[in-house]
Design a protein around this ligand. Structure first.
Ligand SMILES: Cc1cc2nc3c(=O)[nH]c(=O)nc-3n(C[C@H](O)[C@H](O)[C@H](O)COP(=O)(O)OP(=O)(O)OC[C@H]3O[C@@H](n4cnc5c(N)ncnc54)[C@H](O)[C@@H]3O)c2cc1C
Ligand SMILES: *[C@@H]1O[C@H](CO)[C@@H](O)[C@H](O)[C@H]1NC(C)=O
Ligand SMILES: *[C@@H]1O[C@H](CO)[C@@H](O)[C@H](O)[C@H]1NC(C)=O
Length: 507
């Protein structure tokens, strides 16, 4: 059968419409108007650019979500143009995406809406005179740290080089350098932002200290950030990398962990992530990330105690900081799974070194039946123990403070990251529920564990860490200055453009 070219064209046209699918008329109109203004920087379903961009999410769950169009701005002005047009279409949903590592549906994704992907708005430069780095949101930490290393400096950023930039900087950011300099967000002194109304504004921490505090951990709700100004610090060769242990080393690892959390305030150059993984058949293992800001790690003390435990795999070494970040991201970059995050902030309880094993055993119980199923071969969950020693709060306070409300009088804490990964869409709900069950249980145990150590348990301030949270966790509500930030957000976004139309954690 011969198909005339006009029939062929109308079939292609139909396919195009179908791909636009459930997008509303106003969304299609908004896409077309932005496309007229930004021409090739807007892409539509069926185009290669669109398909590549939709594939660029850490969790494969998010790759199924299809925006009506994708904008790839190359300047703050492009973002401003797009947001100004979007202001004319009040029922059109849109959202910003930087690295796409947030696994929550509807944060950096927008089904049938307008996706503003900042992947082309990238690049880092060092301003030696002011000793700050100018960091654009696109790309990954590998790029930022590699660019700055040539100048002998670095910024407080991600620990695995593959992770995205802006999400980490807007939602807090725990770094290997946090015990020396605070959270990543604490070290931002300037933000170039496309505000809710589309105007480009420059927020300077010195001039607008209250807004600066809100911007350090409120996520996406104050505008689309097109450039960060970050304090720079000297960096030379570092020691670190990954070691893997079988589950039988749990006692030794948890003992060292318990000793390490308060010790980290004395030895600020040391950092760890203790990732306890639960895999098929209930197999447990530890993936430990070590970092020391120096060529050789100490030989005594809790950090050294970790290093004395026999590992199965050891790729720790003295190397440059970019080499370390690259190597840390290597394993994770191979993961091609559906993924969930959930967080919990644990108080450090000096007289109770048993809680880490208790939490692990509970996670073992919760996932046991599921992980005994041989068809779930590629599924796994992990509980990451991330020390947040009291010194971090001191650095936060010294730099003006952050939304999470860390201060110099803070106790030691641990930030838990509960991650699950799986292959089968039908397991989406159950895997997410495992993490919820674990945090519900931990919450119920806190009063028992804390005992009298901190006075009444209601006085223990346990703000949630946004970067590791699940979308149903009330992260902003856990901040002690929630009401103040909510008012500031209302002021910056009186029409609710960001609050009601974009993705991410809300006030
Ligand atoms: C492998 C891996 C390693 C990680 N390591 C760390 C770590 O060491 N320390 C840590 O703290 N966290 C870490 N995380 C968590 C990480 O910080 C979050 O997933 C973070 O959201 C990733 O940033 P992103 O740019 O990829 O965010 P995205 O997924 O692109 O966006 C996250 C949120 O921010 C919004 N957003 C994105 N860009 C902008 C912008 N320019 N302006 C306004 N809003 C914006 C989005 O709309 C969305 O709501 C890690 C995650 C992964 C997957
Ligand atoms: C989140 O917590 C705040 C403060 O407790 C509360 O006012 C708000 O209603 C909560 N939000 C949700 C969605 O539960
Ligand atoms: C747009 O929003 C910014 C930031 O909130 C504000 O300073 C500016 O006055 C607003 N512009 C208009 C025209 O409303």
């Amino acid at each position: 059968m011969r198909i005339s070219s006009s029939v062929f064209l109308s079939i292609v046209g139909l396919m195009g419409q179908q791909a636009l699918g459930a997008a509303s008329d106003s969304t299609i109109k908004a896409c077309q108007e932005i496309s007229k203004a930004l021409s090739s920087r807007v892409s539509f379903p069926l185009s290669l650019t669109y398909q590549n961009e939709v594939g660029e999410y850490w969790s494969t769950v998010l790759r199924d979500l299809k925006p009506a169009c994708i904008i790839l701005p190359e300047s703050a002005l492009d973002v401003s143009t797009a947001v100004k047009i979007l202001n004319k279409y009040p029922d059109v949903k849109f959202t910003a995406k930087s690295g796409g590592h947030d696994p929550n549906i509807g944060h950096a994704t927008v089904q049938d809406g307008v996706l503003i992907s900042l992947s082309k708005l990238s690049g880092t430069t060092y301003d030696r005179a002011r000793n700050v780095a100018l960091v654009k949101p696109g790309g990954e930490w590998n790029d930022v740290i590699t660019a700055l290393n040539k100048e002998g400096v670095t910024v407080v950023g991600g620990r695995l080089g593959i992770v995205g930039i802006a999400g980490l900087l807007l939602q807090g950011g725990i770094s290997f350098l946090s015990s020396q300099y605070g959270l990543a967000a604490d070290n931002i002194v300037g933000w170039e932002i496309v505000a809710a109304n589309g105007t480009i504004i420059n927020v300077n921490a010195a001039d607008q200290p209250e807004l600066a505090v809100a911007l350090r951990g409120s996520g996406s709700q104050f505008g689309i950030v097109t450039q960060f100004t970050a304090r720079a610090y000297p960096i030379g060769k570092v020691w670190g990398g990954m070691r893997i242990y079988d589950g039988s080393k749990a006692d030794a690892i948890f003992k060292a962990l318990h000793d390490f959390v308060p010790y980290n305030t004395q030895d600020k150059k040391a950092a760890i992530i203790a990732s306890h993984t639960f895999a098929i058949g209930g197999t447990r293992a530890f993936i430990m990330f070590y970092f020391y800001d120096g060529e050789t790690p100490p030989t005594t003390g809790p950090f050294a105690d970790f290093l004395k435990i026999d590992s199965i795999i050891d790729i720790t070494e003295t190397q440059t900081y970019p080499e370390l970040l690259k190597s840390n991201g290597m394993g994770a970059s191979l993961l091609n799974s559906r993924i969930s995050f959930r967080t919990f902030t644990l108080p450090y309880i000096a007289n109770n070194p048993a809680i880490y094993a208790e939490i692990s055993d509970k996670m073992g119980d919760i996932t046991k039946e599921f992980l005994s199923d041989p068809f779930k071969l590629t599924s796994q969950c992990s509980v990451d123990f991330q020390p947040l020693s009291s010194i971090v709060g001191q650095h936060s306070e010294d730099r003006g403070g952050n939304a999470m409300g860390l201060t110099g009088s803070d106790p030691d804490r641990l930030i838990l990251e509960i991650q699950c990964s799986w292959a089968d869409k039908r397991d989406d709900e159950i895997m997410v529920q495992f993490s919820r069950d674990l945090t519900d249980w931990i919450e119920s145990r806190i009063p028992v564990w804390v005992g009298g150590q901190y006075g009444p348990v209601t006085d223990v301030y346990l703000p949630l860490f946004m970067n590791d949270a699940m979308s149903d966790q009330n992260v902003t509500g856990s901040y002690r200055n929630y009401a103040k930030f909510k008012a500031l957000q209302l002021q910056a976004d009186p029409e609710g453009v960001l609050r009601t139309r974009t993705g991410g954690f809300k006030y």
